[in-house]
Design a protein around this ligand. Structure first.
Ligand code: AMP
Length: 199
């Protein structure tokens, strides 16, 4: 299956992406993780992306789309993938659709995780990640950057919901609840998108 996980920062996309991709037997591809790995590795891509990431802005489409195309060309993504954090603009979505169409493929499902903004701010300000054995706050989870990232989401990414709804691919799920509850809702929604039944 070819799936996109859509949702604002703090909706739990990363956690759900790992679990759902495991269930589907496809790689979870997170553009944020790829950018962060490049920033830590001090690659040229990382240096280009860091300026935008630190400001809570989107990395320009041409950089992001080229990176995703390279990743999707790897053998493990040939028969399916779960994209986490991409696309984030209508232009990225159109370019994804075109590059899949070139291969005779299309997305099967776009899962949108729905969480209200007060809950997102609460989650993001308390979020920590493990780096070199220590729990640290992501630079872009600082309160002022969080507010900006949510604004960027509202303005540039939220319109994707309507875009994919028009394409008949969108499944919206309530992402408030335990990780297990949200996973169960996500898998049920994927069944509606034609997930092959177990066995
Ligand atoms: P995330 O881990 O998905 O929250 O992404 C962290 C940051 O990486 C974002 O705030 C952006 O600066 C950048 N980023 C990740 N995915 C994209 C994308 N599809 N388009 C542009 N920038 C992105």
């Amino acid at each position: 299956m070819r799936v996109v996980l859509l949702g604002p920062p703090g909706a739990g996309k990363g956690t759900q992406a790992q679990i759902i991709a495991g269930e589907l037997g496809v790689p979870a591809i997170s553009t944020g993780d790829i950018f962060r790995a490049n920033v830590s590795g001090k690659t040229e891509l990382g240096q280009q992306a860091k300026v935008y990431m630190d400001a809570g802005d989107l990395v320009p489409d041409e950089i992001t789309v080229a990176m995703v195309k390279d990743r999707l060309a790897e053998p493990d993504a040939k028969s399916g993938f779960l994209l986490d954090g991409f696309p984030r603009t209508i232009s990225q979505a159109e370019q994804l659709r075109a590059s899949l169409a070139d291969l005779g493929d299309r997305l099967d499902c776009v899962l949108e995780l729905v969480v209200d903004e007060d809950e997102l701010v609460r989650r993001l300000s308390g979020r920590r990640m493990l780096v070199d054995g220590q729990m640290v706050q992501r630079d872009d989870d600082k309160p002022e950057t969080v507010r900006h990232r949510l604004k960027v989401y509202r303005e540039q990414t939220a319109p994707l919901s309507g875009f994919y709804e028009t394409e008949g691919m969108l499944a919206r799920i309530d992402a408030i609840g335990s990780v297990e509850e949200v996973t169960a809702r996500a898998l049920a929604a994927l069944d509606g998108c034609g997930r092959p039944s177990a066995g």
